[in-house]
Design a binder for this molecule. Structure first.
Ligand SMILES: [Zn+2]
Length: 440
């Protein structure tokens, strides 16, 4: 892309641009008196080496995410308006952040980086969730516009059969959707596979694509190329992109627009280069409020000492390993441990995280959530009633309406029957490993 000189710039040029952008970010933060009041160490911070002096920012933390709440409020009041999006938070505590319109424009430049080499699509159906205070639908639309392709704004609620008809009648060559949506569409018994025959690309965003789904789609649809539309988050904007030469789970970091610290999740101390830990993100693009050291809940590493990528970009490569244990993504939504506990607390008093395990059973056509509750905490007779109560509960029923979410079950088990990791740990969220079951 000719309007993106940093994409193929040398590492030194990118580093210089990032250093300048970070200095501007700090200067902006220091110019906000309210920010200096709530975050006094900002006065002493001059460079990336000083970042550790600042507290981490998170939607939820021991202080209830106070700093993040203040950032959100200030972002809504900033002049010039902007795009207000939901950024997670537990029951009754939804948080929002407003990104300036200039920020929204500038992230599109990052979004098209993955298309800088190789072929680009001509007719794209956007099947992401429209509205719902999510930004992905608009972001994807802006990327397609920038590519100069034709865009069909279908959304996720049109129905799989109608989407399939649209693919066929418009000879669409690309879909943008969540992996859950793709799983549902490509395995829908009512969809004739000839209807989807024109598709060459599937760009997914919103959650990682499981190895199970990738294997199935690659096997059953050999003409289809699966690619991530980018590693991105509502709060931070784009973090990384996948050129055609990177394996699943690996992304070029937008190092000119995003600073990543990799830290020990318990101590928050920086880890040696190349080690896997939790990401703290500092977006460098100008925006209404300074998001500094944002705790996104993902873990991974920056891959050290790589030869220059075949795509020609010198941008560093980041490996995204997964979520830090206390949240999980389902149907494109982030579910937190705190959310699960607060929903269940209405039905079962005195419940602790160790009494529950949330098992995600991913199948090719979607995922089922199973709430396993220790049998000493739930009388046998109460199991059915709890399941019914959850289906009526607002957050749980909203989750069940998401594309690719197949159901919610409650199961009462002895604690010893909870699933464990190979390291012998009993995680709160666990993905069940199971052979793919093709629904015929
Ligand atoms: Zn590359």
């Amino acid at each position: 892309m000719t309007d993106d000189p940093l994409l193929f710039a040398s590492a030194a040029t990118v580093y210089a641009a990032a250093t300048e952008a970070l200095a501007r970010k700090f200067a902006h933060a220091r110019s906000l008196s309210w920010f200096c009041t709530v975050c006094p160490p900002i006065r002493r911070v001059q460079s990336a080496e000083d970042l550790h002096l600042l507290p981490v920012q998170a939607v939820e933390d021991e202080q209830g995410g106070l700093l993040f709440s203040l950032l959100g409020e200030a972002s809504h009041l900033a002049p010039g308006g902007g795009l207000t999006l939901t950024s997670g938070g537990s029951t009754g505590n939804r948080k929002h952040i407003t990104h300036s319109w200039a920020f929204n424009d500038s992230i599109v430049r990052l979004g098209v980086r993955m298309f800088a080499t190789g072929q680009t699509p001509s007719v794209v159906i956007n099947c992401l969730t429209a509205g719902e205070m999510q930004g992905a639908f608009q972001y994807a639309a802006a990327i397609v516009q920038r590519l100069g392709a034709r865009l069909l704004p279908a959304g996720s609620l049109m129905g799989l059969q109608r989407i399939a008809e649209l693919v066929q009648s418009q000879k669409a060559d690309a879909l943008i959707c969540t992996p859950s949506f793709a799983a549902a569409l490509f395995n829908d018994v009512a969809v004739d596979r000839r209807q989807l025959g024109s598709l060459k690309w599937l760009y997914y965003i919103g959650e990682p694509c499981s190895a199970l789904l990738r294997e199935q789609l690659t096997r059953d649809w050999p003409g289809l190329t699966l690619r991530s539309l980018g590693y991105s988050a509502t709060e931070t904007g784009p973090i990384g992109f996948q050129c055609a030469h990177l394996e699943p789970g690996f992304y070029h970091l937008h190092a000119d627009a995003m600073l990543v610290e990799v830290v020990n999740p318990l101590t928050l101390q920086a880890l040696p280069e190349g080690e896997c830990g939790e990401f703290l993100l500092t977006p460098l693009l100008p925006d209404h409020v300074p998001l500094l050291r944002y705790r996104i809940g993902d873990c991974g590493r920056i891959v050290p000492n790589l030869p220059k990528c075949a795509c020609g970009s010198a941008l560093p490569v980041l490996e995204l390993v997964g979520r830090v244990e206390t949240t999980i993504k389902l149907g494109g939504a982030i579910i937190t441990q705190r959310q699960i506990l607060s929903v269940l607390a209405q039905a079962i008093p005195d419940l602790h995280a160790a009494d529950i395990q949330v098992q995600i059973d991913r199948q090719v056509n979607g995922a089922c959530m199973r709430l396993v509750i220790a049998e000493d905490k739930l009388p046998a007779a109460a199991q059915g009633g709890l399941e019914q109560a959850l289906h009526a509960e607002a957050q749980a029923s909203a989750l069940l309406k998401l594309p690719g979410v197949l159901g919610l079950q409650v199961r009462r088990l002895p604690r010893g029957a909870f699933a464990t990791t190979t390291a012998g740990k009993t995680p709160f969220f666990v993905e069940l490993q199971q052979a793919p079951t093709r629904l015929a």
